[in-house]
Design a protein around this ligand. Structure first.
Ligand code: MN
Length: 282
């Protein structure tokens, strides 16, 4: 496990590894992205953004303090299969220490790597504008556009906020019986929340947030933006239901692509990490 210097830690908190309940893993993987490159700079940028936020989460009335150990950046080899192995073994190490892993991406494929470290009974709730259910992209079996399909081979997948898919994807998703809570179904939010609750009640749950699930107006710094996404308030409703009724075993926030001066995507990503810890701790 890599130790980071205090100045580069999440929320400026220097936490002793032994005492920490969470381990934040910056995963600068940016190998298979197809449209806009730059997600490898995401983790560092989100950590930097977190340092401008309060530890106190006023939405959830909880103060995040002395619980997160910030690891150094994972060394990601430039090959998707090898990169997946590195992520899997690092997450396994964290789980062996009985700590909850938090991954910061990086392209969405990091979630597939992480999934291999968990038992098969863990449900993966994936927030993503894209279904990521492609079979074979550019001849590569491991690709950010096939993330959900890959995870679904071992673990149950639930998609939230999805609005970009092909007709073939739609058929395949139906065949695989993947529950989808579309971004367009905002007017059904209450019904969606109770349906989701029933699916994950008392189950082990891993949450993956691809930042492009949000409306590009509030999260423009992503690799593949998609109009018509959800907003922060809706996300919080979903997270409250998931952490409240399931048992959180890990989570990630991924696909942040820093734009430079405009860092609202990183701020939002950092806030989600704080929110998820608050929800899980309070
Ligand atoms: Mn996506």
């Amino acid at each position: 496990m890599l130790l980071y210097e205090g100045k580069d830690s999440f929320l400026e908190e220097v936490v002793d590894f032994k005492k920490a309940k969470y381990v934040l893993l910056p995963v600068p993987m940016d190998i298979t992205t197809t449209y806009l490159k730059g997600t490898k700079f995401g983790p560092r940028s989100v950590i930097e953004a977190s340092r401008s936020l309060e530890n106190y989460d006023s939405e959830l009335d909880f103060e995040v303090r002395d619980v997160v150990f910030t690891s150094g950046e994972l060394e990601i080899p430039p090959d998707a299969v090898k990169a997946t192995d590195v992520i899997k073994s690092t997450v396994s190490d964290v789980l062996l220490e009985k700590k909850l892993p938090i991954l910061l991406g990086g392209e969405h494929t990091i979630t597939y790597g992480a999934s291999l470290a968990f038992d098969e009974d863990v449900i993966f709730v994936i927030f993503d504008a894209h279904a990521d259910f492609k079979k074979d992209v550019l001849g590569s079996p491991i690709n950010h556009a096939s993330n959900s399909r890959l995870i679904n081979k071992r673990n149950k997948v639930i998609l939230v906020g999805t609005r970009s898919l092909s007709q073939e994807d739609k058929k395949d998703l139906a065949k695989s019986k993947i529950p989808i809570f579309r971004a367009q179904d905002y007017s059904r939010l209450k019904t969606n929340l109770s349906e989701l609750k029933n699916l994950i009640k008392n189950k082990n749950v891993y949450i993956s947030v691809d930042m492009d699930v949000f409306d590009p107006a509030v999260a423009p710094g992503v690799g593949t933006p998609q109009p018509g996404g959800i907003f922060y308030e809706t996300m919080l409703e979903y997270l409250k239901i998931i952490v409240g009724s399931g048992k959180l075993v890990g989570f990630d926030v991924n696909e942040v692509r820093p734009l430079g001066e405009n860092n609202i995507t990183e701020i939002l990503a950092a806030k989600l990490v704080i929110d998820l810890i608050s929800l899980n701790e309070r």
